[in-house]
Design a protein around this ligand. Structure first.
Ligand code: NAD
Length: 277
């Protein structure tokens, strides 16, 4: 039996540490795979307006026998919707598309610093939390400097910072900053998007030793570090085996070996410090 731990956030709420991501999944498929994920036992779904599948995700929630209050639902404010009024309006659209009256977690998707709107956007999220429509609020793709700026401007610390993080790019420095600020780290592309990482000899060797899959070993590594993680898959067997990764317990030595795989050029996606979209 897979048992997913809860991670306590700085606002007193608790998030299931292992969830299910749906980037690059179209609406119809999202309805199907989120349904399978909920049946498998996942209770945490990570979507975003820009994924253009909030409608499909919402249909799966509505069709599921799992109660809404037992599911942790995250969505995000896209860059074009930054600004106080813009973010409030965009969020209403997300709620309508999802067919829900609140989300568990609302994130600013990217700092998009060149727009100079992230402080106003953060103020909108604070207002939405006051209204009870976003029960917890956080950010994604925020460097240290911008984390400190929104906290200083408002006195409200994000509950999470969702960042690219996998064994080839383990973000030790930013994880330490998040820890110091009382912000939990969420990993995006936790499996390195299923590329070279899952064939890495260190990963496959440890997988063999545990009679586990490489993906399970990588997920177990995130879990061992207290990182919140939501691997994406549209393949039912993989959805199930990814969920079962909670059963894989790595030794300190194995964790250290995987820590050693990180490299300067391991980033797959854009660098939030230079991204201009
Ligand atoms: P991921 O690292 O979760 O990799 C997903 C891919 O890995 C799949 O498409 C598949 O090819 C492969 N895979 C999955 N399970 C496997 C298994 N058991 N065996 C072999 N291969 C397997 O990549 P991701 O989708 O980029 O990241 C996960 C989630 O993070 C997204 O769905 C989304 O919710 C979130 N995300 C957020 C941001 C952001 O900017 N905040 C950016 C990217 C992703």
């Amino acid at each position: 039996m897979s048992t997913v731990a809860n991670i306590e956030l700085n606002d007193g709420r608790a998030i299931p540490q292992l969830g299910f991501g749906v980037w690059q999944v179209e609406n119809d498929e999202a309805t199907k795979v989120v349904g399978i994920a909920l049946e498998t036992g996942f209770r945490h779904i990570d979507t975003a307006k820009v994924y253009e599948n909030e409608t499909g995700v919402g249909k799966a929630l509505a069709a599921s026998s799992v109660n809404r209050e037992d599911i942790w639902l995250t969505t995000k404010i896209w860059n074009d919707d930054q600004g106080y009024d813009e973010a409030l309006a965009a969020f209403e659209k997300s709620l309508a598309d999802l067919g829900v009256d609140y989300v568990d977690l609302l994130l600013i998707h990217w700092v998009s610093a060149h727009r100079k709107k992230y402080v106003d956007t953060w103020k909108a999220l604070i207002e939405l939390q006051k209204q009870g429509k976003a029960r917890s609020i956080g950010v994604s793709n925020f460097p240290e400097e911008h984390l400190r700026e929104i906290i200083e401007a408002t006195g409200v610390t994000p509950v999470v910072n969702q960042i690219e993080l996998h064994p080839y790019f383990n973000q030790q420095a930013l994880r330490t900053v998040n820890d110091e600020l009382g912000i939990k780290t969420e990993a995006w592309s936790p499996l390195g998007q299923g590329g070279e990482l899952l064939q890495d000899p260190t990963i496959t060797e440890i997988a063999q030793a545990h009679d586990a899959t490489p993906a399970q070993v990588v997920i177990a590594w995130h879990l061992a570090h207290g990182i919140i993680v939501f691997p994406k898959s549209v393949t039912p067997e993989r959805i199930k085996s990814n969920f079962a990764a909670t059963e894989v317990k790595l030794s300190d030595e194995e964790i250290a070996r995987i820590d050693g795989l990180s490299r300067e050029d391991g980033r797959i996606g854009p660098d939030p410090k230079t991204a201009d979209f």
